[in-house]
Design a protein around this ligand. Structure first.
Ligand code: SAH
Length: 187
């Protein structure tokens, strides 16, 4: 994973997901070079670019057209566009068009999380993984409950990162908002 690349960002589009969180998502999703990924919530393309580096193919969906064009620019900049199909649309509609995948990554859901998980589960290959990143407490709760309903028995990690900044007197630590990663695999 390259550490020093920079994303093009926009005030109209959330992301990119912080580098340390991206690292953990990649680790927990156990992506291999033969995997097909469906990502809901492209945003700036922070996670899309990480998946594109490792997987065979990434389908990435966002309802916001500005996110799609921003992610397109970031993928082009990192020479990863050939690996990714960006789709502008709502998760629940697009899910019907993607037959099967190894990883379902959900980074945005706008109140439809439970339905997205349930619909995605049907298209997820056996042995495939579902990964959800959650900022809100309610998203953590909904993700865990829905995965349990599907007998998926999820794992949760809650990550609080502080980064050091060197100042005159020493190194000051700055905290970032906690993010949870909720993940599980299909038996
Ligand atoms: N992981 C991204 C940031 C995601 S922000 C990154 O690293 O850059 C969440 C995104 O999810 C937003 O761009 C939002 O438009 C999108 N989103 C939210 N609900 C959605 C839905 N139901 N269908 C498609 N996209 C959705």
């Amino acid at each position: 994973m390259k550490k020093n690349y920079k994303f093009i960002v926009s005030n109209d589009v959330p992301g990119p997901t912080k580098e340390e969180i991206r690292c953990l998502v990649m680790c927990k999703s156990e992506v291999s070079s033969s995997d097909v990924i469906l990502e809901i919530g492209t945003g700036t393309g922070g996670l899309t670019t990480e998946f594109a580096r490792k997987a065979k193919k990434v389908f990435s969906v966002d309802k916001n057209p500005k996110a799609i064009s921003l992610a397109q620019a970031n993928l082009k900049r990192m020479k990863l566009e050939h690996k990714v199909e960006l789709i502008q649309g709502d998760a629940l509609t697009v899910l019907d068009d993607i037959p099967q995948f190894d990883v379902l990554m959900i980074g945005g859901s706008s109140g439809d999380l439970s339905q997205i998980i349930k619909k995605g589960y049907k298209h997820l290959k056996t042995g495939g993984r579902i990964i959800i990143t959650a900022i809100l407490l309610e998203t953590r709760f909904e993700a865990v409950n829905t995965l349990r309903e599907l007998s998926m028995n999820p794992d949760i990690v809650d990550i609080s990162i502080s980064k050091g900044k060197i100042i005159e007197r020493g190194t000051m630590m700055y905290a970032e908002n906690p993010v949870a990663i909720i993940y599980s695999s299909k038996k």
